[in-house]
Design a protein. Structure first.
Lengths: 335, 326
């Protein structure tokens, strides 16, 4: 809905001056649209949601109505003005647990995402750029990590660590989750390294590290970003899962810990929906926000996917019937 | 043929890496959880079993790492995964072989349903791009962003606790004797419906999205335009030309996503107390049963490798280009 209204509003606004203005549009005045990424409704929604969660993660502990571990006499209460999301079996406030738990989830997602991305970039770009036997070895390594199921691996590593706190789990996830990014980056680097601009830089006598940093890496930004977002999604889901099955200390609040308590105290059978629905919904919202950002990146990179963002109605108004075999290319007139 | 040989070599390498990882993880991590457990079990573990545990977990101080590694392989090749602590003195291998068929059945059926349904829906959405069908995308995204286990909790609440349509846990009616009777098989189907439904719901989105994006890409290829220009009916163009080619990356990503799906299914079993290998792993984790944990990981990984190999063979059968490469 929002897509169609913003689009039609934008086109209407841009068409109107063009109609009254007899002077033809000068091509030089047409700049490459900046912030195209942010104009994408999907990406915008995702970023807004992410911002909200990030804000909660930062200010969370100061704005909670109660101490999340504070036991009270209101046992297993349904949502009420005093406890907006009710209480658990020992009278702890669930809204406070969710707010405080946001930080745990976000920090693990960020740390795991950053560490996996760094390893993935190093392995993938190196493999793609050097080629030969080094490439074979590194690709085999990342393929091995890709095929071994990650979650069981993370479970057995985390379960044998004497104290598997949030950061440890994040690093374990990072250490096992870099392979997908490395694989995609390698393929992309392979296609980049023989391009003319890289060859030109090489002919100019640039050093290899400069070729990689200044010529290849900037062209990989979108791929790296989407890999990062994907890893963060995976890390959040894994961490919540680990907490849910009780591998991480249950005293550390995150959304999975809440679900752990709910499951172990038969919240389902008691019909205490306020105990497990909000935490799960938060996970789903965060996951959806990340996926939307990734859609935005995909459409930003692949214009063919972008045109599908046009709503059927605005296409029909222009007399275009969407069908297979033809990509509707709609020129947005900008002056 | 060359392609297959390469793949086989790769899977051999991966299997070796997984087994080696399984060997090193308990040795590299700080602390020594097993000694404490052996201490607790003192007297109940006979010397033979204790020796195999020491070898499996590297508690044998007198031997070098390399000797331990060789001994470890020796035990594995004999199928000796040690003894379970919680189900003492049942061998780990026996527990694992009992629970594996349940998981393979559940994952197999659910994944194939999700793949077929997702690919069909993806084809339709990719074809009718830009219509109402696109609004299915956010819905399926929501289901894929939800953690598996939470979706499981919700389906249990709705269908098992409130509506009482399906049982909330277990894998067959405990009053029945396992066997190839119609009663038993239908009971397995009845108990497996909810877990399978949740796996399908949460993994179908990936297939829809992948197929839709491939359809969008493939549908602007020249051969599709030519097929249109020849005047072939739309249905034939979509199914015979566009979808046929768009499905290839789906098959190769099927192999890659398998590990992820299996991970999710393990969690599903934990939620539904379904007696597969995920539930066994869960019990092993919560009772600190390290031999059982290691055994589960090994078997899960090797099963995923076998499934991957099958997917590779299917791919070779589907795509003639891989056969011509050499």
């Amino acid at each position: 809905m929002t897509t169609s209204t913003t689009l039609s509003a934008a086109s209407a606004a841009s068409v109107a001056p063009a109609a009254t203005d007899p002077v033809p549009v000068v091509p030089a005045r047409r700049r490459a649209p900046r912030l195209l990424f942010v104009r994408n409704a999907k990406a915008l929604t995702g970023l807004a949601l992410l911002g909200l969660f990030a804000l909660l993660a930062i200010v969370g502990p100061w704005i909670t109505p109660y101490d999340p571990s504070q036991v009270s006499a209101d046992l297993l209460q349904a949502p009420s003005p005093a406890h907006w999301l009710g209480t658990d079996h020992t009278g702890r406030d669930i809204l406070s647990q969710i707010i405080v738990g946001t930080r745990g989830v976000m920090v693990v997602g960020l740390v795991a995402g950053v560490s996996a991305t760094v390893v993935g970039v190093i392995v993938g770009v190196t493999a793609g750029f050097i080629g030969g036997i080094g490439d074979e070895t590194l690709s085999a390594l990342s393929n091995v990590f890709l095929v071994i199921p990650q979650l069981p691996l993370i479970i057995i590593i985390a379960a044998q660590l004497p104290s598997a706190g949030g950061l440890t789990v994040a690093l374990v996830i990072g250490a096992t989750g870099w392979a997908w990014g490395a694989r995609v980056l390698r393929a992309q680097t392979l296609s980049l390294r023989r391009r003319d601009f890289v060859e030109a830089a090489r002919a100019n006598g640039e050093r290899t590290w400069r070729l990689v940093l200044a010529e290849v890496l900037p062209n990989l930004t979108a791929v790296i970003a989407s890999g990062f977002v994907g890893t963060v999604t995976f890390a959040v889901l894994s961490q919540v899962t680990l907490s849910f099955i009780g591998i991480t200390p249950v005293s550390e609040w995150n959304w999975g810990t809440i679900l752990f308590w709910a499951q172990n105290n038969l919240a389902l059978q008691r019909g205490a929906w306020w105990w497990f629905v909000p935490a799960g919904a938060c996970i789903a919202l965060l996951g959806m926000a990340l996926t939307l950002v990734n859609f935005g990146i995909d459409e930003f990179v692949n214009p063919r996917l972008r045109s599908t963002g046009l709503h059927a109605r605005s296409l029909r108004r222009r007399g275009i019937r969407p069908r297979v075999g033809f990509t509707p290319v709609v020129r947005e007139e900008k002056s | 043929m060359k392609f297959l040989a390469r793949r086989l070599a790769f899977y051999a390498l991966t299997a070796w890496a997984a087994i080696t990882m399984n060997f090193f993880v308990p040795r590299l991590l700080p602390g020594d959880p097993v000694t404490a457990l052996i201490g607790r079990m003192q007297g109940r573990i006979d010397s033979n079993a204790e020796h195999s545990l020491r070898v499996l977990f590297g508690l044998d101080e007198n031997t070098s790492m390399w000797e331990q590694y060789v001994q470890y392989w020796g035990l594995l090749l004999k199928g000796d995964l040690g003894l379970s602590f919680t189900h003492f003195p049942t061998p780990v291998a026996q527990i694992v072989t009992q629970s594996l068929p349940w998981t393979v059945g559940l994952v197999g059926v659910a994944t194939i349903i999700a793949f077929v349904v997702g690919t069909l829906i993806g084809t339709a959405i990719g074809w009718r791009r830009g219509t109402w069908a696109d609004s299915l995308l956010p819905v399926s995204t929501f289901f894929s962003a939800v953690p598996y286990f939470w979706l499981g909790l919700i389906t249990i609440t709705v269908f098992a606790v409130n509506l009482r349509w399906f049982p909330s846990n277990g894998s067959y009616d405990r009053g029945l004797l396992p066997g190839l009777t119609w009663e038993f098989v239908s009971s397995v189907g009845y108990y497996g419906f909810l877990p399978a439904l949740t796996v399908v719901l949460s993994s179908v989105a990936g297939w829809i999205l992948g197929m839709r994006n491939m359809m969008v890409t493939v549908s602007s290829e020249d051969y599709v335009t030519v097929a249109h220009a020849k005047g072939l009916p739309s249905r034939q163009v979509v199914l015979g030309y566009a979808a046929r080619n768009a499905v290839l990356p789906q098959v190769s990503s099927f192999a890659l996503s398998l590990g992820f799906v299996v991970g999710g299914t393990l969690i599903m079993e934990m939620v539904f107390s379904y007696q597969g290998i995920g539930y066994t792993l869960y019990q092993a984790v919560s009772t600190h049963d390290y031999p059982l944990m290691q055994g589960c990981f090994l078997v899960i990984t090797l099963s995923v490798l076998v499934a991957n190999m099958v997917a590779d063979f299917v791919y070779v059968a589907l795509d003639p280009r891989t056969r011509q490469e050499s």
